[in-house]
Design a protein around this ligand. Structure first.
Ligand code: AMP
Ligand code: ZN
Length: 468
């Protein structure tokens, strides 16, 4: 598989450290607010990456943190902890909002068929690991204590700006416009590992440490949690592109200083979801959530489909018009796939050729839109209908679009439902089955009979609903 690697700025052949096994670390959400659909774009593409690696035969271990302390507003080390500002906004404790937004995040993940990483660790549960790592960095001369805080000394490294494209003068923390220089730092780009002093004295959660009562910096979380669960050699580190600097740059600085050798070979960055007015961002306060899309009647799966239509390395502009187009294409595709009969197999030559083009798309830097084209190619192919379904079900292990799931109207009425609603849903299911068998006379009879009772059927790309 070829993957674009931000570290080398080229598409490289992906080779894990241990044959057949892949260790992936993902920066998790900062749980001071709902995830917006931009954050979710990143997690959707990471989910497809993991599923694609598994489809290609790798055994994947995926680890993710939950940032519930230390992520400060702005890149400077003197901003307020985002968790604290979230708690103030909602008049709740930090742990209350952490729990609330962590649960909300995983509900969104479930609705989008994002598989839960094998290990999920909130930062607040790993404080001793951060302290141990900082102690070693101090002992080895990579860190220093100043003004009550512990800082990483970037001058101790041969190369700090590993992702290259950042102009050091513009990006050095503390010298940007509007950001006051932290006088405790030896070099403007040094960053905090542990705080005991900040101008925000009301930091709610603090822990005992060799440097006094305080709290960790954001970057140390990801280094320590990744090292703990993935070991000394990480295969792929993921995140949104905004994390490349300073967050991932600082993670590399700390981890490699700590280990004394190269840490992670591949850096997988997802480009942003933007609106007409720029990057969607939580801190700007104006953003779209999955719940809002659901309230407006959008199926979360249609948003997943929308994301898969474009390449993860291209910025994606969100508009309702573009989403509506995706809804319609997804609905049509799903209806075609769900109508295919089961019981087929996909072992023949034609299936092999179709599989080869699907695999080639994944292996070419996770080209999801070409992978979707392979699904349409299956539908157009000369395969028997049941074999088409079998092959699409196989591809859907990676795409996870529920392509062959029964349409809502065809689902068996649930046991809890009784009375007239259940009866109508049964009629709708019978009508759908009649249509599938091209028995339009029967389908019309059911529609007319319901209409005579004052029940109007509405056919949508997602299936049939009704109105009294
Ligand atoms: P946060 O919850 O702010 O820590 O961000 C969670 C993830 O979403 C990180 O990997 C970010 O890089 C990513 N992210 C933030 N904004 C966007 C955006 N507009 N589009 C795509 N990914 C984003
Ligand atoms: Zn991180």
């Amino acid at each position: 598989m070829k993957l674009y690697n931000t570290l080398t700025r080229s598409k490289d052949e992906f080779l894990p450290n241990e044959p057949g096994k892949v260790k992936i670390y993902t920066c998790g959400p900062t749980v001071y607010h709902f995830a917006h659909i931009g954050n979710l774009r990143t997690y959707i593409m990471e989910d497809v990456l993991v599923r694609a690696l598994e489809y290609l035969g790798y055994d994947v271990l995926r680890v993710m943190n939950i940032t519930d302390v230390g992520h400060l507003s702005g890149d400077s080390d003197d901003g307020e902890d985002k968790m604290l500002s979230g708690a103030k906004r909602e008049h709740k404790s930090v742990m209350e909002i952490a729990k609330y937004y962590t649960d909300a995040f995983f509900r969104d993940c479930e609705a989008l068929k994002l598989r839960r990483p094998d290990v999920v660790r909130p930062a607040t549960e790993c404080i001793p690991d951060f302290i141990a790592m900082i102690e070693k960095l101090l002992a080895d001369g990579y860190a220093y204590v100043s003004g009550g805080n512990v800082y990483f000394d970037i001058s101790k490294l041969d190369k700090y700006y590993v992702f290259g494209e950042h102009e050091a003068e513009n990006l050095e923390v503390g010298v940007r416009e509007g950001v006051g220089e932290d006088v405790n730092k030896r070099n403007p780009a040094d960053f905090a590992l542990w705080f005991t002093k900040s101008k925000f004295d009301d930091q709610e959660l603090k822990w005992e440490s060799p440097w006094g009562l305080g709290y960790p910096g954001w970057h140390i979380e990801c280094s320590a949690i990744s090292l703990k669960y993935c070991g000394e050699y990480l295969d792929i580190h993921c995140g949104g592109v905004d994390n490349a600097f300073p967050h991932h740059t600082n993670e590399i600085a700390q981890s490699e200083a700590y280990l004394g050798h190269k840490w992670c070979s591949f850096w997988f960055h997802v480009l942003h979801l933007n609106t007409a007015s720029g990057k969607m961002s939580k801190s700007k306060g104006e953003f779209l959530t999955l719940s809002l899309l659901k309230e407006k009647g959008y199926d979360p799966m249609a948003y997943r489909f929308f994301c898969l239509l474009s390449h993860y390395r291209k910025p994606l502009v969100f508009s309702y018009e573009a989403l509506d187009n995706a809804v319609s294409a997804y609905g049509k595709l799903r209806a075609r796939c769900a109508a295919l009969p089961s019981g087929g197999d996909c072992t023949g030559e034609t299936a092999g050729a179709l599989r080869a083009s699907f695999t080639a798309a994944l292996e070419n830097d996770l080209n999801t839109s070409l992978a979707l084209t392979a699904v349409y190619d299956v539908l157009k192919s000369g395969l028997a209908d049941a074999d088409k379904r079998a092959l699409i079900e196989e591809f859907d292990r990676v795409l996870a679009l529920g392509l062959t799931d029964p349409l809502p109207s065809e689902k068996e009425p649930s046991g809890e439902e009784d009375g007239e609603d259940a009866e109508i849903r049964r009629q709708i299911a019978l009508r759908a089955a009649a249509k599938k068998e091209k028995n339009y006379a029967e389908a019309d009879r059911i529609r007319n009979e319901l209409a005579a009772r004052g029940i109007t059927l509405i056919d949508t790309p997602q299936g049939t609903t009704y109105q009294r």
